[in-house]
Ligand binder design. Structure first.
Ligand code: FE
Length: 200
């Protein structure tokens, strides 16, 4: 099987009150699981079954196989999302990531303003990302299942799910409040730093 539903890297209550165990029970236990199951069902009995999740996402994109891509990319995006959150999240990065954030995006405060503008301004479903484009850090968003993983030259460092299922139980329609809580309390800078280091 190319895809697995990973265990959450923390207890489902660990991010309360910013993201509730109830949200995790649906978002991880039902939405993410459904993407994993559908992607696995689509590759079962094909050579893609032996590939990694990243390889399947890239191949589905290259083949123009939208049905597989949507489920495969959503499976990968959600695994990346859980690691983009931390019970000890928020604050500011240190080291090389801090230096790049200062240089390219004007520091953590300006980053937060720009990330919030991108996430709140993004129409309907999708994902907001902090990425490295080979030279600099950038903030981008993608629609629906689309993922920074398959955008030429981009290395995803952090993401936030902008689908309503990510925040409706805790914030109803208030996406700005959800993004504020992500930036202040949940964003996992250590994960971003590890992804940046791996990209070099
Ligand atoms: Fe989601």
């Amino acid at each position: 099987m190319a895809f697995t539903l990973p265990a959450l890297p923390y207890e489902p209550t660990a991010l309360e009150p910013f993201m509730s165990a109830n949200t995790f029970s649906y978002h991880h236990g039902k939405h993410h699981k459904a993407y994993v199951d559908k992607a696995n069902a689509a590759v079962a009995g094909t050579p893609m079954d032996a590939m990694s999740d990243v390889e399947v996402v890239r191949k589905a994109k290259a083949d123009g196989n939208a049905g597989l891509f949507n489920n495969a990319a959503q499976a990968w995006n959600h695994s990346f999302l859980w690691n983009s959150l931390s019970p000890s999240g928020g604050g500011a990065p240190t080291g090389a990531l801090k230096d790049m954030l200062d240089r390219d995006l004007g520091g953590v405060e300006k980053f937060g303003e720009a990330f919030k503008a991108e996430a709140v301004g993004h129409f309907a479903s999708g994902w907001a990302w902090l990425v490295h484009d080979g030279q600099a850090l950038k903030i981008v968003s993608t629609h629906d299942a689309d993922t920074a993983l398959v955008h030429e030259g981009l290395t995803p460092l952090l993401t936030l799910d902008l689908w309503e299922h990510a925040y409706y139980l805790d914030y109803q329609n208030a996406r700005p409040g959800f993004v504020d809580a992500y930036l202040a309390h949940m964003i996992n800078w250590d994960f971003a730093a590890a992804n940046l280091a791996a990209a070099h």
